[in-house]
Write a protein that binds this ligand. Structure first.
Ligand SMILES: [Zn+2]
Ligand SMILES: [Zn+2]
Length: 418
């Protein structure tokens, strides 16, 4: 555990300080009495400032302790560098910031510490002092109303992934219920992979955008340029009404020219081990099932692989905000370990016309290394609605599905596009 040196208020003990020390001790007792009056809970008091570096590092963990141990521990912060609190440092007899003082429910000071003090160490200290705070009560994170209005026109939103539709790659699939507009051929093949109806002649229902001119053309008589991003390896597809157009683009952008059949084969080659949707491994969760490689098209589908196969799995899914890898191991249909231990799941939900809350679909789910990461992700995704659940809950939800429900999972009509 690394330590940061506390910010010394008094670098040396002067004669004057020795003289006033008696006074400090007595006002310290007054402070103890004040602490007892306000609370019957053990109390952690942090005296610091908003600008000293170790004090700033204390701020998020104090917030977490406040939320996670609400009703068990009182947490208070006093900024001793602001004018109105100028006397507090003296009152509590501190000589450095930050200083953490541990008070018993009766207000008696139990112990104090100077400098940055890690959350785990604080909890361990409370235990050592005879106060078992138990396990953290997870703060509730939920959103049942979008935090912003979707300003996009309906025909600019991909029906499947809700992403923006670029005029250079738009795809239209005709269906019995009307035209479905999609952002990409990849989304078209995801749609294909989860259709329950007869799919013969699917390509005849698909129109793609000619990358060169921006006009819609029939998917079956198009040359496709397929390549992969140099950095991520994620595939990309560009459609061209003429082979010459594709050849020209290939000279600058690389890739190889293929027809519909080869494109379809390649697009459908990697599937979700739970719901059978086509996917790109770069986008999704990796699932090891007894040494074999599988994938989950979202975090919850990854847990679903355990339910579908009945085998022990190891799921790796990057944090939706930071990309930090979250590793979940299952044993006998239950979660055996989660790394990091603070990781949580987001269950994206949407409301149906009759008011029921259902899954918002695979593009709206995720794992996060901490509840705070999820909170920050929600800030930048104002349209997302749903709630935070534990990773254990995510698996339990899948384990209780019947084989019939698993069979139908994520097929159009379940996680149906709007
Ligand atoms: Zn899309
Ligand atoms: Zn899936």
């Amino acid at each position: 555990m690394f330590q940061l040196a506390p910010h010394r208020i008094l670098s040396s003990v002067t004669a004057a300080l020795v003289l006033t020390l008696g006074l400090w001790v007595s006002s310290g007792r007054a402070a103890e009495a004040a602490a007892a009056a306000t609370s019957a809970l053990p109390k952690l008091l942090d005296l610091g400032s908003k600008s000293c570096i170790p004090c700033k590092m204390m701020a998020p963990l104090l917030k977490e302790l406040t939320e996670e141990y609400a009703g068990k521990l009182q947490v208070e912060f006093i900024d001793v560098w602001v004018k109105e609190n100028a006397a507090k440092g003296k009152e509590y007899g501190i000589s450095a910031i930050p200083t953490q003082i541990f008070f018993a429910p009766d207000g008696k000071e139990l112990w104090r510490h100077e400098g940055f003090f890690a959350k785990a160490d604080i909890l361990a200290k409370w235990k050592e002092l005879g106060f078992d705070l138990g396990t953290a009560t997870a703060p509730k994170i939920e959103r049942w109303e979008p935090a912003a209005k979707d300003a996009r026109a309906k025909d600019q939103i991909c029906t499947l992934c809700d992403g923006d539709i670029s005029p250079k790659t738009a795809v239209v699939v005709t269906s019995a219920k009307g035209d479905v507009r999609l952002c990409s051929l990849h989304c078209a093949f995801i749609l294909y992979s989860c259709l329950t109806e007869d799919k013969t002649g699917f390509e005849k229902r698909v129109s793609v955008t000619d990358y060169a001119t921006g006009t819609l053309v029939a998917a079956s008589d198009v040359a496709y340029l397929q390549g992969a991003d140099g950095k991520t390896g994620r595939p990309w597809i560009k459609a061209f009404a003429s082979r010459d157009g594709a050849a020209k683009e290939m000279q600058t952008g690389g890739g190889s020219i293929i027809g519909w059949a080869a494109l379809q084969e390649s697009e459908l080659s990697q599937r979700c081990g739970f719901c059978d949707r086509s996917l790109y491994p770069q986008d999704v969760a990796s699932v090891r099932v007894e040494g074999a490689q599988s994938y989950g098209c979202c975090a919850h589908c990854a847990m679903g692989v355990t339910a579908r196969t009945g085998k022990d799995t190891e799921v790796r899914q990057p944090d939706g905000l930071t990309g930090e890898m979250i590793i979940v191991k299952t044993l006998g249909g239950a979660v055996a370990s989660v790394e990091p231990a603070t990781a949580v799941a987001w269950f994206g939900k949407k409301q149906t016309a009759d008011g029921k809350w259902v899954s918002a679909g695979c593009f709206h789910q995720g794992f996060f290394a901490t509840p705070e990461n999820l909170r920050q992700w929600l800030d930048v995704h104002p349209l997302e609605t749903g709630e935070m659940i534990t990773i254990q809950q995510s698996l339990a939800d899948k384990m209780k599905l019947t084989p019939q429900q698993i069979q139908k999972a994520c097929k159009i009509g379940e996680c149906a596009p709007k």
